[in-house]
Design a protein around this ligand. Structure first.
Ligand SMILES: NC(=O)c1ccc[n+]([C@@H]2O[C@H](COP(=O)([O-])OP(=O)(O)OC[C@H]3O[C@@H](n4cnc5c(N)ncnc54)[C@H](O)[C@@H]3O)[C@@H](O)[C@H]2O)c1
Ligand SMILES: O=C(O)C(=O)C[C@]1(C(=O)O)C=C[C@@H](O)C=C1
Length: 365
């Protein structure tokens, strides 16, 4: 039996629990959370086998300890673990969105000879809590593995084995490089998204109903502004200097852009949008490159009952699994677009045939 203790059964901890429960037959999961309702939900839905009392009590039984709480709580739990006797081969890991502070907080535990390997799945949602947990959340996503030192490479492989059912792609990285990368790819975007929403609220203070006029542009830019404020305050305060550097650089480029708009410099503006388009197009899901991995089809959905059901049942009949399905925000009075994501090019090809044979209009392959 492999005993896995998970502290924090929200979106990330809950999703890991679901994947481990399904894919590791001998796993025995003990869940911890500060919210009693989360624990009873997790137990009732079979995410965990047992509700633990507290970390210090259950940690000595664990083969793996996964800390999936907000970053500041992870640091506290690493301290608690220094005060208990753990199994000699235990692996302690976390899911925190920043890594330098977590790995620094792990130093006393490492000094005791305990294996601590940082972790961070690069997948998530603006939704939080156990009810948002999803067994497929990490499928095809990158999962950063941050070993504390080179001696921990073999242990990293054991951790990756436990996490194999997530179907994530593991990538080993050092803490500083991790924080630099996610600063630009995750933290700065969340700040800009929230800043845009706040700015719009202020600009529209005399006519707040105008926000309802927002179309795809504003909505695409701001979905992540609905994320959990407490989690994001924690993330910013544990990656302060990197984020400040990246924001400063961004601020200077906005300043340059303003100068060019003011000067009416058409060529410079063309170049600005061209550079962005080339870069963004290169990371479209269907291309391989910096962010590879998805195979999408875009399907026309007429505005009548059963249209989506027809698509999903055609795919089910052909036994094709959908990794993700999303209705793109379009006008309410015209056809919608359904974005279907498949795990492989061959699934996408089979889906194209199945849908076209069923007279479903594919708008983009
Ligand atoms: N949400 C994302 O997109 C995302 C993605 C990758 C990593 N992460 C990181 O994973 C961690 C968890 O994020 P999440 O999205 O699952 O958050 P969440 O709010 O969905 O879940 C956190 C859970 O931890 C519990 N909790 C909070 N403080 C606790 C404490 N002191 N003791 C015990 N339980 C406590 C909460 O009750 C909640 O159930 C965070 O460190 C976050 O930075 C988040
Ligand atoms: O998809 C989202 O909503 C996310 O914000 C996920 C996201 C991100 O991409 O920034 C958020 C925080 C993480 O640590 C990793 C992933």
């Amino acid at each position: 039996m492999t005993t896995v203790v998970i502290e924090g059964l929200g979106l990330i901890g809950g999703s890991l629990a679901l994947a481990i429960k399904e894919g590791v037959p001998d796993a025995y999961l003990i869940g911890l959370d500060q919210q009693a309702t989360t624990l009873t939900y997790a137990k009732a839905r079979g995410l965990i086998d047992e509700i633990g009392s507290d970390l210090a009590t259950v940690a000595p039984q664990a083969d793996f300890i996964i800390l999936a709480t907000p970053v500041v709580c992870i640091n506290r739990s690493l301290h608690i673990l220094t005060q208990v006797t753990l199994k000699p081969n235990v692996i302690v890991t976390d899911t925190g969105s920043t890594k330098q502070q977590v790995m620094a907080a792990a130093q006393p535990l490492l000094a005791q000879g305990v294996t601590v390997i940082g972790g961070h799945p690069m997948a998530g949602s603006h939704k939080s809590g156990v009810q948002a947990a999803n067994i497929d959340l990490f499928r095809s996503a990158y999962y950063f593995i941050v070993p504390a030192n080179e001696r921990q490479v073999a242990a990293s492989q054991r951790l990756e084995q436990l996490l194999t059912p997530t179907q994530a792609k593991f990538l080993t990285v050092a803490p500083a490089a991790h924080d630099q990368i996610v600063g630009m790819l995750s933290h700065v975007p969340h700040i800009l998204s929230a800043a845009l929403v706040n700015e719009t609220r202020i600009q529209f203070r005399d006519s707040p109903a105008a926000l309802r006029l927002a179309a795809g542009g504003f909505k695409d830019m701001t979905r992540i502004a609905s994320s959990d404020p407490e989690m994001w305050a924690d993330i910013l305060l544990t990656n302060q200097s990197i984020i400040l550097g990246q924001l400063k650089s961004y601020q200077q480029r906005i300043q340059t852009l303003m100068t060019r708009v003011n000067a009416g410099d058409h060529d410079a503006l063309l170049d600005f949008f061209h550079q962005a388009k080339v870069t963004r197009d290169a990371i479209q899901p269907k291309q391989t490159g910096a962010i590879p991995g998805f195979h999408d089809l875009f399907v026309n959905i007429p505005d009548h009952t059963g249209a989506i059901a027809k698509v999903t049942s055609l795919l089910a009949q052909a036994e094709i699994q959908i990794v993700n399905i999303q209705i793109l925000e379009t006008r309410e009075d015209i056809n919608g677009i359904l974005q279907l994501t498949f795990a492989s090019a061959s699934d996408k090809q089979r889906a194209t045939v199945a849908l076209e044979n069923g007279n479903v209009t594919i708008t983009q392959k």
